[in-house]
Design a protein around this ligand. Structure first.
Ligand code: LLP
Length: 410
């Protein structure tokens, strides 16, 4: 049975199993709420991604996993072993990637607010610094040049194009529009390339773009990659790589139409083949695709409450532990860890936080649930724990990982 996007989640005799392990048996002594991740799911996702890139003849692809989706050290070590690089956005993400032994030569640094000390860290972590700073403004380029000069180094840099496309996703996570803070407009890139003094301690080795997250259709991606290719060719500079960013969507809800991994890779390959006789290296920055379906948030029913026609299931996980439903109105499956028999009815699954937005699901058809029953929120491996907080003075939610032998890692 495929009940979430997770390939190996199924009910057997009304008990929920993950990778053939009964969730109740392996986690019954752990205090809720907590995240549970499957190494097997992450391995599958990474290998699918890389196989599909190779199948589509993308030259020497580098998959820089976006740590912002999930920076759990066990998962990073698994990805490192499989060959992944890292897309980072802060000094602490850089340290975490290095702790997982990801090579600096496979690390790209994105983000509009890189600080001087973070740039220094990135330049100092290897003889040549990290693989690439994906630069988001001319002002940032100047700062990188200044820091590199003071360290007597050459920084490796890609310019992130703002391709001015409108993306079909939640407005909070669309990043490729003219009014957005991300990337550099084409005319500003062209002007910067003419200013010799900007490039003294900087090697331009790539171009990049990233237009948004949870992209369900590829139209805007195609437009952005066309723009990026044209720019790469027009600047007449030999580039080592093109970074296409992340953003591939996942099926949180089975009713949602969605472009597949295979459609995505075919498109990337088609666009670059059209423009380049000799294709540069393609860098990818997937986050959600690699980890979303690997994670569950396991939480316990505190009590149920009836009010007028509303039936509330009040659980001990809240919007501070997992915020996607509250922040983006995102759909996530709600699955009882042990299913009780009885008639399903529409329920609101809510947390204990003092905000009406503290809700995981509304009018969700669920079987009967009682106090102390455990339920899990599905497909929360991406942007779950990394966006959690201690709001309402709650403890930071814990994470556990099931490895390939079924061992539970803390
Ligand atoms: N590269 C850059 C420069 C990014 O900003 C992001 C995500 C990625 C790669 C990875 O994108 P992905 O493959 O995961 O879509 N909190 C939101 C998502 C924010 C995405 C931020 N940037 C959510 O829960 O939907």
């Amino acid at each position: 049975m495929n009940i979430t996007n997770h390939q190996s989640l199924s009910y057997k005799r009304n008990k929920l199993f993950i990778d053939n392990h009964c969730i109740n048996s392996i986690t019954k002594d752990i205090k809720t709420p907590f995240y549970l991740y499957s190494v097997k799911a992450i391995e599958n996702n990474y290998l699918n991604f890389s196989k599909e890139a190779i199948k589509n003849k993308l030259h020497n692809p580098l998959i820089c996993y976006a740590l912002k989706a999930n920076s759990n050290i066990h998962l990073l070590k698994v990805l490192k072993k499989l060959g992944a690089g890292a897309d980072i956005v802060s000094g602490r993400e850089l340290k975490q990637a290095l702790k997982a032994k990801i090579s600096p030569q496979k690390i790209v640094f994105s983000g509009v607010g890189k600080k001087e000390e973070e740039i220094t860290l990135a330049l100092n972590c290897h003889k040549e610094g990290i693989y690439s700073f994906n630069v988001e403004s001319i002002e940032e380029l100047e700062m990188i040049g200044k820091v590199a000069k003071s360290l007597n180094k050459q920084a490796r840099v890609a310019l992130r194009l703002n391709p001015q496309v409108n993306v079909k996703t939640h407005k909070h996570i669309s990043t490729g529009g003219k009014s957005h803070k991300f990337g550099i407009l084409k005319e500003d890139i062209e002007a910067a390339l003419k200013k010799k003094k900007l490039w003294k301690n900087i090697n331009l080795i790539g171009m990049s773009t990233h237009i948004g997250s949870q992209l369900t259709c590829l139209k805007a991606t195609e437009k952005a990659l066309n723009e990026l290719s044209k720019l790469c060719l027009s600047i007449g500079h030999n580039l080592e790589f093109i970074d296409v960013g992340g953003g591939l969507g996942v099926p949180y809800n089975h009713d949602q139409p969605l472009s597949s991994l295979s459609d995505y890779m075919k498109l990337v390959s088609k666009v670059f083949k059209r423009y380049f006789k000799e294709m540069p290296r393609i860098v990818f920055e997937p986050g959600r695709y690699i980890v979303a379906n690997s994670g569950l948030l396991i939480t316990e029913v505190i009590r149920t409450k009836k009010s007028a026609d509303n039936k509330f299931i009040i659980v001990d996980g809240g919007m501070n532990d997992f915020v996607r439903s509250s922040l983006y109105g995102a759909y996530h499956h709600v699955l009882p860890v042990s299913k009780r028999s009885g008639k399903r009815s529409p329920c609101h699954v809510v947390g204990p936080i003092c905000e009406t937005a503290d809700s995981f699901a509304s009018y969700r058809e669920l079987p009967p649930l009682k106090s102390r029953d455990r339920v899990c929120i599905g497909d929360v491996g991406a942007y779950g724990h990394t966006m959690s907080s201690t709001y309402n003075m709650r403890e930071k939610v814990k994470e556990y990982v099931i490895d390939l032998d079924g061992k539970l890692l803390k």
